[in-house]
Design a protein around this ligand. Structure first.
Ligand code: SAH
Ligand code: SF4
Ligand code: F3S
Length: 463
């Protein structure tokens, strides 16, 4: 799969790092699972805890408080957290006073059940109750278990400054919750009703981020294109335009958008500003109208393709990615073939592909899970293979081109190579030649592409 900044699951936990000054003398360590909204929530939690005098620990060894910020989107995501909790027992034995909190979507879904878990969890706190964390942690140190899982209609943490710990790329959550109720999805239950943050404060935060040295900002929400300023200052296209004008040299991205709300106005706004990146993550889920209807997605394949056509004609060269679920209840071989046909038609630059995982409380939960796992696995393999081929072919078309790259730093696999991204969000790898390289992290450079895989472009910096 491509490395795209969509609402993807992290396979391993991401941890926050550098030590900040604080005055409780206590240190906090947060592990984050799930989507980018959760990553940004971790920064909000860190902001709240830093305000209460905590510093960030570099590892669990150093921590007095450990939070797991969890995801509940598929069963696998939850299984990982249960395993991690078992593992944490070891630390608890070595440090009996350690406070362990489960935050995020799984906390919201399982609530009190988690407090029983291995006798290990002291706190269970849902996504709208993070302001209470300092108080709850304090009580946990006094031996009291705590649970706070109320969902709010208004909480957007608008006044909290997220404690960001690294990089040149920042997230801003512009809305919380989701009202779409796709029949397979747990998010409306774990994150509650949709609510938007005021436009003005988002624009202000983007300006501050530029001043602090950030060079890319991603506006986040489960459904960003249904954003509405609470004071009547406009919709998502207006917000995007306002941010683009406020920070004209910042790269601006957003995720995730829902096909139903992908308006002409939004597409035209993207085309009108050079600093809004020509890349759209537009999850389709299935290529069969019958399945789309069962999923409550509010569009047909024809309507989806019409949106793609509008994007392609208005923003030439715009990259597209998607999410696809295989094996949703009642999915037949014919439905599956239709998904493959749609993928061939659209030719996405990348895709996140999943086996359907039934979630309690959702509408589809009651419909059962009638596609056998072997069939789901085979269908998943087929679409992954198809997507890899398409991504490879599209990337071969980049060979010989000179692309603009925002420098991110050393590549994870080989520090002698550096990496960055194109405006279309493709990862570019290029050799880094000592300090004479002439560029630093955060610079925009030009790279001539010489080779390409299905996931990466490889080339040399051109002067
Ligand atoms: N708000 C985003 C999706 C967030 S979840 C949107 O509507 O596009 C990210 C992806 O996880 C979804 O697009 C979907 O493809 C997948 N997903 C959600 N629930 C799932 C489930 N129960 N089983 C398998 N995949 C699921
Ligand atoms: Fe889930 Fe659908 Fe909302 Fe996305 S739009 S978060 S898939 S309910
Ligand atoms: Fe995100 Fe997972 Fe919650 S994908 S919104 S952390 S269920």
């Amino acid at each position: 799969m491509l490395e795209l900044p969509v609402l993807e699951l992290q396979d391993s936990a991401l941890s926050a790092a550098p030590v900040q000054s604080g005055n409780t003398g206590r240190a906090l360590y947060v592990e984050t699972y799930g989507c980018q909204m959760n990553l940004n929530d971790t920064e909000i939690v860190q902001g709240i805890m830093a305000g209460a005098g905590y510093r960030l620990a570099n590892s669990i060894e150093e921590a007095d408080v450990v939070f797991l910020n969890t995801c509940a989107i598929r069963e696998n995501a939850e299984r990982k957290i249960h395993e991690r909790l078992k593992h944490l027992r070891y630390w608890r034995k070595r440090k009996p006073e350690l406070v362990v909190g489960v935050l995020g979507c799984m906390a919201e879904r399982l609530r009190r059940n988690l407090l029983g878990e291995q006798g290990l969890v002291d706190l269970v706190v849902g996504p709208d109750e993070y302001r209470r964390l300092p108080e709850l942690v304090e009580r946990a140190f006094a031996g009291e278990q705590g649970i706070a899982v109320k969902l709010s209609r208004v909480e957007t943490y608008d006044d909290i400054t997220p404690l960001r710990t690294q990089g040149i790329s920042a997230w801003i959550s512009i809305m919380r919750g989701c009202d779409k109720f796709c029949t397979f999805c747990v998010v409306p239950f774990t994150r509650g009703r949709e609510r938007s943050r005021p436009l003005e404060s988002i624009v202000r935060e983007a300006g501050q981020l530029w001043e602090q040295g950030f060079r890319e900002v991603t506006l986040l929400g489960q459904n960003v294109n249904s954003y509405r300023d609470p004071h009547g200052q406009g919709d998502f296209a207006d917000l995007l335009a306002a941010v683009a004008e406020a920070v004209p040299r910042m790269r601006i991205r957003y995720t995730t958008s829902h096909p139903y709300d992908m308006s002409d106005k939004l597409i035209e706004t993207m085309a009108a500003y050079e600093n809004i990146c020509p890349y759209i993550h537009l999850p389709v889920q299935s290529g069969s109208d019958r399945i789309l209807q069962l999923m409550n997605r509010h569009y047909t394949v024809a309507q989806y393709l019409e949106r793609i056509e509008k994007i392609r004609t208005t923003i030439p060269g715009c990259a597209l990615s998607t999410d696809i679920i295989v094996g949703f209840c009642t999915e037949t071989e014919e439905d599956h073939q239709k998904t493959m046909e749609l993928m061939e038609k659209v030719r996405y630059d990348g895709a996140y592909m999943f086996k359907y995982s039934p979630r309690e409380n959702t509408k589809a939960w009651k419909w059962g899970d009638d596609v056998p796992d072997e069939v789901k696995s085979r269908r998943l393999e087929e679409i992954i293979e198809l997507q890899n081929r398409i991504s490879w072919e599209i990337n071969q078309g980049e060979i010989g081109k000179v692309v603009e790259v925002l420098v991110e730093g050393p590549s994870k696999r080989d520090p002698a190579q550096w990496q960055g991204r194109t405006p279309t969000n493709k990862v570019v790898i290029f050799p880094h030649i000592g300090t004479q390289a002439g560029y630093v992290v955060g610079d925009l450079i030009h790279v001539r592409i010489e080779r390409a895989t299905s996931a990466t472009l490889i080339g040399h910096v051109v002067a």
